[in-house]
Design a protein around this ligand. Structure first.
Ligand code: HEM
Length: 391
């Protein structure tokens, strides 16, 4: 019931103003840290800008992290947890995430920066929302308000993803269904997909389109042939023995791939959408009309994208002192850090999952909860997850 009221309020607000810019929405508040940590937003912005200054790839990574967090169990920073106190395998290790997550270290730096200013005040879930906005702005989007006051969740389970999360092989009906289950419209889907105007995808995410596509065509005929030929040059044929982590990454937008803009939509119309799910947006009449409209009108898309990001940021948020917590470290639920003693089995697992190895800048990351068996081989998991489609 509260969720329904919230959605009605949200829609009313959106219709009235053309943007979800109320200063308080269902308990979230723009300027939430004005009294308790007035410099937090600025400090996070500085960290994000510094990190992006050193590596442009951080900007798309942060936007994607935020979306992946909020879409599954809401904006509760569950994507950041290394371990789950309940013993579940965390979301981070799902095939939709794993080593493809970018920007985790930036969130750690932002968190330790705000912790040194105002201990136990600014939640990791809010840091993700601010950082995604700051990343979008650094990539060229006009700024937008981020309401805050989210608290951090205390569980994370990769089993929450299958059947609930979009995968590269999905087409519009399934994408629309998944988004609508989260209270997001088809227009939100098309507007948010514009995030694919920055960053890129590893070859194995779309190699089914350029090798052995069907029994009649080796290459997906919906792809522009020159584009497909270029992709084949960069991406080697599918080979289960290839290490996915070594797979090349291809920019979604070969023209303006570091700028968050509407070139993504023009590329789609030119049959240069990288993923099946990107190309799908021009195959459905309704979403195609939106793609064409966004390709024509950059300002309208910027507005819709910002509104949709604000909506994403309100998904199943934890609000109030009795819900969740403000984590001390974004990778661990409070109290978990004391339980940690490295074990041989754990060390072995860290070798199997090099993308989860502790990072030297963050000594606390060496502290991990007692080990539990790793469920599947990571490469098998990736390939099964993406090409068989989670469900
Ligand atoms: C509609 C369904 C979607 C699907 C199936 C999808 C799938 C993917 C895949 C497979 C990748 C490549 C990951 C890699 O190989 O490293 C990717 C990258 C990315 N996605 Fe999506 N995505 C979707 C929607 C979104 C949304 C709604 C956002 C943000 C609002 C988003 C933001 C990004 C960004 C920024 C990247 C580039 C990441 C990087 O370069 O590090 N995606 N997405």
């Amino acid at each position: 019931m509260p969720r329904l009221l919230f959605l009605i309020a949200l829609l009313a607000s959106a219709v009235r103003r053309g943007a979800v810019d109320a200063s308080i929405v269902d308990g979230l508040e723009v300027g939430f840290y004005g009294q308790t940590c007035p410099d937090a937003e600025g400090a996070i912005r500085n960290v994000v800008n510094n990190e992006i200054g050193m590596n442009r790839g951080i900007a798309p990574g942060l936007i994607r992290l935020f979306f992946h967090d909020c879409f599954i169990t809401g904006c509760d920073a569950s994507i950041l947890l290394d371990e789950s106190p309940a013993g579940d395998v965390p979301e981070k290790e799902s095939s939709a995430n794993g080593f493809t997550l970018v920007g985790l270290r930036t969130i750690d730096i932002a968190k330790s920066t705000v912790e040194s200013m105002c201990p136990r005040t600014v939640s990791c879930a809010d840091i993700l929302a601010f950082a995604a906005r700051d990343a979008a702005v650094a990539a060229g989007l006009p700024s937008y308000d981020v309401a805050a006051g989210r608290r951090d969740g205390m569980r994370s389970n990769m089993d929450d993803l299958p059947g609930n999360f979009p995968v590269p092989g999905h087409h519009v009906p399934r994408l629309t269904e998944l988004f609508s289950q989260r209270g997001l419209t088809q227009e939100d889907l098309v507007a948010l997909s514009g995030a694919h105007s920055i960053g890129g995808a590893h070859c194995f995410m779309f190699s089914n389109r350029i090798y052995g596509f069907s029994k009649d065509a080796d290459v997906d005929p919906s792809l522009d042939p020159d584009y497909a030929a270029r992709l084949r040059q960069v991406c080697p044929p599918k080979n289960p023995n290839n290490d996915p982590q070594q797979a090349p990454k291809v920019k979604f937008d070969a023209r303006t791939g570091e700028s968050l803009d509407t070139a993504y939509y023009s590329e789609l119309l030119a049959r240069r959408g990288l993923l099946t799910s990107d190309n799908a947006l021009i195959e459905d009449a309704q979403t195609r009309a939106m793609v064409e409209a966004f390709a024509r009108d950059e300002v309208m898309w910027q507005q819709k994208f910002a509104e949709a990001m604000q909506k994403v940021g309100m998904l199943d948020v934890l609000i109030g002192a009795d819900k969740g917590q403000v984590r001390k470290q974004c990778r661990l639920v409070n109290g978990q850090e004391q339980q940690q003693q490295p074990q041989p089995q754990q060390q072995q697992r860290q070798q199997q999952l090099p993308w989860l190895r502790p990072q030297p800048h963050f000594p606390w990351l060496r502290q991990r909860r007692p080990p539990r068996p790793f469920p599947r081989h990571p490469m098998g998991d990736l390939i099964n997850g993406f090409f068989r489609g989670f469900h």
